[in-house]
Design a protein around this ligand. Sequence first.
Ligand code: TPP
Ligand code: MG
Length: 394
Amino acid sequence: MSQLSDPTTALNKDGGGAGCAMPSGLPRHAPAQLGIAPETLRSWLRQMMLIREFETRCMQSYQDQKIGGFCHVYIGQEAVAVGCVAALRPADPLVTAYRDHGHALARGMTSRACMAEMFGKIGGCAKGKGGSMHMFDRANNLFGGHGIVGAQTPLGAGIAFATKYMDEVMEGRPSSRVTLCFLGDGALNQGAFHEAMNLAGLFDLPVVFVVENNGYSMGTHIERGTTMGHDLSAKAAAYGIEATVIDGMDVLEVFHGMSGVVERARANSRPAFVDMRTYRYKGHSMSDPRKYRTHDEEQQWEAADPIHRLRDRLEQAGVVDSNALQAMTQDVRHEVREAVEWADASPVPSLDELHRDVFVEPWGPYTGSSQPSMLGGAENTPSFRAIDPKGGQS
Ligand SMILES: Cc1ncc(C[n+]2csc(CCOP(=O)(O)OP(=O)(O)O)c2C)c(N)n1
Ligand SMILES: [Mg+2]
């Protein structure tokens, strides 16, 4: 079995039992300590449990044909989203790929808005027009959910350029925000990713590219599809970008490791790259029969379960007891069950929603004319000068 697909190697090397198998020459973060407030630790456990319960109910709802289209669940990877978001400030932007429900919930989207989006209903975060792969939450600085592999990487660089420009050029102060841009290991082979890394390096953009390295792109193992799959830091070295390897099955490791990476990116306004070692327990999507990996491999990773790991540590440290755990389990179940009912009851978007929210509409709403209104063809063409900069039209 390869090193990357062996959790016992990934979790037990490097002393202390908690670090990933570290390729030499990489910066190492300190071993995780429990130096975190008990209520914060409990909230991380609850968030991870919420994501798993949410995903489990999504799978059921998909089978019940309440959810259509593609659906990629995040079960097994919960510690990554929760630990990374905990290392951010609320104003730091986040952009990700299509396996995005966990990021949305960790960032603060309500279970209702997330589930209604899954169901394609108007109560969803994108009014049901995006679905599973397009979770957006402007209030929580979540810029999607993107279905084209690697498409979010230039967006991540662009968002970091925008925040840096706003801070440094428009406000005349140091760059203050760090963008987290998540991608799968499969996206490493997209040209867009390399262009984004190049520009981020050239322009000193404060963006952290977090590779959720679950070892597979659909059914292809990383070593079959990606050069230097055993040491992804080589990709970053080519662009002069610092790389860090983090054990993504341990939320404490993720938080401690990412806190250092994010704060260095903030202080120096420089990009960073993280090889986040993790595993997805389920198939690539709901239609994946999972014939490309062994049951033995899956079981080994499941034994390193991120939720059980935190739960056990918190129990040992006296931060939770069995009553508290039971209450948390019930609470999370109730929240997700209620979200499913709410999503089910929410109306579908009306037909006129088809033309809304597609482009910014400085020339007014779509009128149905075959001639674009800005060319002067439509009867109610507003002149450019009549546009109110505050948003409405005079
Ligand atoms: C440009 C492009 N090529 C191919 C696909 C089809 N596709 C969807 S997901 C996927 C695998 C990506 O794997 P990875 O980046 O490792 O993410 P994971 O599913 O493991 O989270 C592929 C090839 C796509 N969506 N976009
Ligand atoms: Mg992958």
